[in-house]
Design a protein around this ligand. Structure first.
Ligand code: NAD
Length: 291
């Protein structure tokens, strides 16, 4: 059994991006620039954006965070999105979700110029990804593919079972596993799936993203499978200093011995999400996907 080390791979990818940024700057060109919009005072959003800013610094990107009060109207926010769309010095930008209730997330997402949508949430990017065109792929599914490739895990003709059908994880990762190059035979399970245990047990590659702590038990996993655990649930613990610990969707201790590869929680998929955003921003700077 090999543990997939997301921390190590994310550090590697960041180093590779930093080398590419240096080449751009050494050629006398502007470094890639990522902007982030944050609305209100959500502590978790501040933390996530803080991590993204730090990652930008590490790879040599410029970054800017635009903060707006909770009271901003939808029209005012749309005007800010338009400003970023029109700003030629900004290669890509993200809007930290969730937005306050009086703002429709989808309307804001669809106002982003798809060429700058480095979170990959715009329907144009989702659609391009599904039909196999170059596109910004959202961070978590892109990070999973990166891990699978870097560990040389065979995907062609393999049975891949995805548990979860959300727009940010389940649906995109199922599509990516199906694409030419990955070539898996993909099954998607969700809350209404009847014989989930039996389907999961057929998987050569099991990708779990449902958000239920330790849902996947050893009897649901085939010997020698690769298990990718996306879930993160914070639970109380008397064994940690802060009184909390993170659990994945997989009962790691009993599942890991059966696997050929497995991602731990934390330290598996989680660290990859930021580097995927960095990859997308570099691609935006180079206009790789859209001319
Ligand atoms: P979501 O709640 O949007 O979707 C969950 C999906 O699981 C739904 O499609 C639902 O049909 C399915 N589901 C729920 N209960 C089920 C059941 N009993 N059996 C089968 N399917 C069931 O969640 P999401 O945004 O996709 O996130 C899933 C998990 O991944 C969460 O724990 C989240 O915190 C985590 N997550 C982690 C990262 C990361 O960086 N590691 C990124 C995104 C999400």
């Amino acid at each position: 059994m090999e543990i997939i080390d997301g921390k190590k791979i994310s550090a590697q990818v960041k180093e590779e991006i930093a080398i590419e940024v240096k080449k751009i700057v050494d050629a006398g060109e502007r470094a890639p620039k990522l902007a982030a919009i944050i609305v209100g005072n959500d502590g978790a959003s501040e933390t996530y954006v803080g991590h993204k800013e730090k990652a930008c610094n590490q790879v040599g990107f410029e970054s800017v965070v635009l903060r707006f009060p909770e009271t901003i109207t939808q029209d005012e926010l749309l005007a800010e999105v338009k400003k970023l769309n029109d700003d030629e010095t900004v290669d890509g930008f993200i809007i930290q979700l969730p937005l306050p209730n009086h703002i429709d997330d989808q309307i804001i997402i669809e106002a982003i110029d798809p060429k700058k949508d480095v979170d990959g949430f715009h329907p144009v990017n989702m659609g391009r990804m599904v039909i196999g065109l170059p596109a910004y792929v959202s961070a978590t599914p892109d990070g999973i593919v990166e891990l699978i490739k870097r560990y040389n895990i065979e995907t062609s003709g393999k049975n891949c079972v995805v548990i979860g059908r959300s727009n940010i994880v389940g649906k995109p990762i199922a599509n990516l596993m199906l694409q030419k190059g990955m070539d898996s035979t993909v099954t998607i399970c969700h809350s209404r799936t009847k014989n989930l245990k039996e389907i999961a047990a057929q998987a050569d590659i099991l990708i779990v993203a449902l958000g239920a702590a330790e849902f996947v038990t050893a009897d649901m996993v085939k010997d020698g499978a690769t298990v990718i655990d996306v879930g993160i649930t914070r639970v109380k613990s008397d064994k940690t200093k802060n009184g909390w610990k993170l659990l994945g969707d997989v009962k790691y201790d009993e599942v890991a011995p059966k696997c050929s590869f497995i991602t731990p929680v934390p330290g598996g998929v989680g660290p990859m999400t930021i580097v995927s955003l960095m990859k997308n921003t570099l691609a935006a700077r180079r206009k790789e996907y859209y001319k």
